[in-house]
Design a binder for this molecule. Structure first.
Ligand SMILES: NC(=O)c1ccc[n+]([C@@H]2O[C@H](COP(=O)([O-])OP(=O)(O)OC[C@H]3O[C@@H](n4cnc5c(N)ncnc54)[C@H](O)[C@@H]3O)[C@@H](O)[C@H]2O)c1
Length: 291
């Protein structure tokens, strides 16, 4: 269309259609209708909240988790949104097993349009005491598990036929952490911090390498977020409750609600020109801490 209006477009590749931005509303852009999003670690915690975010804007959800039983909220996700939701028990560190799981997902859902990698662990023990097996476990889950899932999802995205709801490629959102940027106060999490630094770098590298396939890759670095796990942690170590509430300049712990729209933004066409980036959602602690 633009080429017909202005022959110069064909020569220099510049799309000179100044009316293009009028064609899609914000509501169209954030819709995930028809798309299938895979979420690792979605059996509970942040990953499960991302499942709700996806379903609320019309996306189908395939969750991969080690848990035998997901959090009881999973049942609500399964029944309340009129989208397809399925849980697959699989270990992200087992490449062969994960390949089988991705094959099952493609068989069940027909395609993969997005991936969120939320499977992760956070050991808390002084650096001097960390045992090699325990460090390796953290790296395997947080780094290799993320790498394998991204690779398997990208392989599927790259070979899919275009559809009316997704002309090409897909979007990958890696869950990093504020710990990739600054050390955590009141916690000793050396291998966790290193693993999340790796996740951050992976998103940058993959965003560049996979752009040719129409696949965008970004990370989100959450600060302290309220989940069943953080509630339990704060019950056991009361000083952490104080830190998580009072250290962020915004003087509160994050709620998973704070991550729902950013995740939808990154998965959807709303972020079609956004890749190789990290979005920090921390209540401000990446810039400075109170207390
Ligand atoms: N909660 C926070 O405050 C916070 C802040 C920043 C980043 N994060 C990151 O967000 C992600 C999710 O954290 P969360 O708080 O929801 O933790 P969580 O423990 O509640 O959830 C993690 C999920 O990952 C699953 N999992 C663990 N190892 C797995 C494996 N090998 N294969 C498949 N699934 C596996 C667990 O079964 C669990 O359901 C993690 O990567 C974490 O580092 C969390």
């Amino acid at each position: 269309m633009a080429d017909q209006q202005n022959p110069a477009t064909a020569k220099d590749g510049l799309d000179r259609n100044p009316d293009k931005f009028l064609s899609r509303s914000v509501y169209d852009l954030i819709s995930l209708k028809g798309r299938t999003i895979v979420i690792t670690g979605g059996g509970r915690g942040l990953g499960l909240a991302f499942g709700f975010a996806v379903a609320e804007v019309g996306g189908n959800v395939a969750i991969i988790d080690l848990l035998d039983e997901p959090h009881h909220h999973f049942q609500k996700l399964e029944t309340e949104f009129g989208v397809k939701v399925k849980l697959y028990k699989s270990d992200v560190t087992n490449h062969a097993g994960l390949q089988v799981t991705f094959d099952e997902i493609v068989k069940d859902f027909g395609r993969i349009d997005g991936l969120i990698t939320a499977a992760g662990i956070c050991p808390d023990e002084p650096f001097m005491k960390r045992a090699p097996e325990s460090v390796a476990r953290c790296m395997n889950i947080n780094v290799l598990g993320t790498y394998y899932a991204a690779q398997l999802a990208a392989a599927q995205m790259a070979k899919q036929e275009p559809t009316d709801f997704n002309p090409r490629g897909g979007s990958i959102v890696l869950i990093a952490s504020i710990a990739a940027h600054v050390a955590s106060k009141g916690q000793t999490t050396s291998d966790y911090c290193a693993s999340k630094g790796a996740v951050l770098s992976l998103a940058k590298a993959l965003g560049v390498e996979l752009a040719a396939f129409g696949i965008r890759v970004n990370s989100i670095s959450p600060g302290y977020m309220l989940t069943d796990m953080t509630i339990d942690l704060c019950d056991r170590y009361p000083w952490l409750a104080d830190i998580m509430t009072n250290e962020p300049p915004m003087r509160r712990i994050g709620d998973r609600t704070d991550l729902k729209v950013p995740v939808v933004y990154l998965l959807s066409d709303a972020s079609a020109y956004h890749t190789s980036d990290d979005i920090l959602i921390t209540g401000g602690i990446h810039a400075g801490r109170l207390l």
